[in-house]
Design a protein around this ligand. Structure first.
Ligand code: GLC
Length: 568
């Protein structure tokens, strides 16, 4: 049996109070209906010395030691982080005093607003791309759940939460639909990959069609959609201080249904989630089937967000217990088996095979000969990352951007691992960023391997699209990770690169080439999440307290018992 206090996580280090944010301090009543939005023991926090940073001081002036002391400013989790509404058309971010707004910011807002989708007069999302030049619309005129996340964050940061609320409620309704692929019914909790609003000008009606995977290329259900929905619900709650939405029976049920899909017992021997290829941002065959890092990191983050929002009624309590157990097992598994650094690579290189029983060191029977050559050169002496996938006799050593950034934001990565991931960014800047931030994964798969792994996918040729292509949308995740780890200068460098080309190139969906130098072969222009990702990155760097919406503090209870090496 849990009480609110059992669920409250502890924070280490100093808490930074932003002078202008005091208004953001929520009233913490003695009756705690939703475990305190993340999770602090308030009494402990109040005992600690506080460092006050004045709002007027720009982020640039803030010393790095301050940043690293607090591992970013995410300790601001105490209160909500309002966007600071400045009227509909004026982005708050361009009116702030500490930064001269970049001319691209206003253009980006305009393009973002042009992509808004309305349902019966209310904005409910943003389309994937507003590219009239492209002959083929495919499904880029739809609202994708994952694509809407950066748009939602931009609106929240700008003090416009209504569209986010509408989106959350609309997709929740869609979750209630019966979903079928041919004669097979999908789990109740599945959330759509995307939806489209059909306007009938004659009848003056709006209807919605949604895709849960039954129309998607490859017919794969989007495992990430439900996780993003939960993460966004927390971001909304955190940003507005409005607990009532997450507390509604419908939202509570929606969360439980999503979690039911992932917490059910079966034949699993690992706490990670078994997935089909193409079930996330990489929505085509790319050899990520099994236990892809992107899904595991989002799963972890969604579990932690749910824990903060789940009501402790009879049904909620049972879920809370299951979530806690899974979080423990998942963090141990990921931190132990997915983590790699120089030392760990060397250990795997020297692995014995065919070990049996509990004493086995090489538990998954990975054959050292299967380690690809590139990883020996890629691995810096300082630095590390979570590899792409771990399953019996298989380690996918590819580096994936989204999974590693979300691991930092959710604190799946320990503070030491988070620093090591950032060290890797610095050490392998040319490979991971090059001329445009940032690669979706590294390295690309080529030749025979490409044929086997992708099924000869012409869109995923080497260094293009999902196969080592460069996705500007990932800039917001990189920036958030940089702020959290106290390395804003890395984000600044990446944003500068983006600013040198993104607008000029028409906000492409992706870039191609080893350095990300060429606009992608089939890239859409005016891709909404490239636009929103840039805005979110800018706003977070300008006001790092926004990070709290999308970041969770390290929880000591989930720390691994064994430490492995220097960068671990
Ligand atoms: C591509 C991407 C996917 C995205 C969609 C819409 O299919 O792989 O992640 O959601 O385009 O932008």
């Amino acid at each position: 049996m849990f009480t609110c206090h059992d669920l409250i996580f502890f924070v280490e280090g100093l808490s930074i109070m932003d002078a202008s944010k005091e208004t953001g301090l929520r009233n913490v009543s003695s009756v705690c209906s939703i475990p305190e939005m993340d999770d602090f023991d308030l009494t402990k926090l109040l005992d600690k010395p506080r460092l006050t940073i004045k709002r007027e001081r720009s982020f640039d002036e803030r010393s790095l030691s301050e940043m690293s002391l607090t591992r970013g400013l995410d300790n601001l989790e105490l209160g909500y982080s309002p966007g600071g509404c400045s009227g509909l058309d004026t982005p708050a971010s361009s009116t702030r005093n500490s930064f001269e707004p970049h001319p691209m910011v206003a253009e980006a807002w305009e393009s973002l607003r042009r992509s808004l989708v309305h349902f019966r007069g209310q904005p409910v999302g943003t389309i994937a791309a507003y590219d009239h030049a492209s002959e083929e619309v495919l499904n880029y005129d739809q609202v994708f759940v994952r694509d809407f996340v950066p748009s939602a964050l931009a609106f929240l940061m700008n003090g416009e939460p209504d569209i986010v609320k509408n989106f959350l409620l609309k997709t929740l309704q869609l979750q209630g639909w019966e979903k079928r692929v041919d004669k097979f019914r999908l789990g109740e909790g599945a959330m759509p990959a995307s939806f489209k609003v059909l306007h009938d000008p004659e009848r003056k009606t709006d209807t919605i069609v949604a895709d849960f995977g039954e129309s998607a290329i490859g017919r794969v259900a989007p495992v990430d959609s439900g996780f993003w929905w939960i993460i966004l619900l927390r971001a909304y709650t955190k940003s507005t201080g409005d607990l009532t939405l997450a507390e509604t029976p419908d939202c509570q049920k929606g969360m439980r249904l999503i979690l039911t899909l992932c917490l059910s017992e079966g034949f699993d021997t690992f706490p990670t989630l078994l997935c089909a290829d193409g079930c996330s941002m990489i929505d085509r065959r790319m050899g990520i089937y099994g236990y892809p890092i992107e899904i595991q990191a989002l799963f972890f983050m969604a579990l932690r967000c749910s824990l903060a929002m789940m009501k402790l009624d009879a049904e909620g309590k049972e879920f809370v217990e299951r979530i806690m157990k899974r979080l423990h097992a998942l963090s141990f598994h990921m931190r132990s088996y997915f983590w790699i650094d120089f030392q760990q690579l060397n250990d795997i290189y020297r692995y014995k095979t065919e070990e049996y029983s509990h004493t086995a060191v090489n538990k998954f029977n990975v054959i050292p000969d299967s380690i690809p050559d590139w990883v020996f050169d890629f691995m810096p002496t300082r630095g590390g990352y979570f590899i792409g996938n771990v399953s019996p006799a298989r380690m996918d050593f590819r580096w994936f951007a989204l999974g590693n950034c979300v691991a930092i934001l959710s604190s799946l990565a320990t503070p030491e691992q988070a620093s090591a991931i950032m060290d890797l960014f610095e050490a392998r800047w040319e490979e991971l960023v090059g001329e445009m931030p940032i690669k979706i994964c590294y390295p690309a798969i080529e030749s025979h391997e490409w044929r086997i792994v992708t099924g000869c996918d012409p869109k995923n040729t080497r260094w293009s699209y999902h196969n080592g292509g460069t996705w500007p949308v990932l800039l917001w995740l990189l920036t958030a990770a940089c702020i959290k780890t106290g390395r804003p200068q890395i984000a600044r460098r990446a944003i500068e690169l983006a600013e040198s080309r993104l607008l000029k190139d028409g906000w492409p969906e992706y870039y191609d080439g080893k350095l990300g130098r060429y606009i992608g072969k089939q890239a859409r222009k005016y891709q909404t999440w490239s636009i929103a990702g840039y805005l979110v990155a800018k706003m977070m760097l300008e006001d790092p307290s926004h990070l709290g919406m999308i970041s969770l503090e390290d929880d000591r209870q989930l720390r691994p018992i064994i430490k492995r090496s220097a960068s671990f």
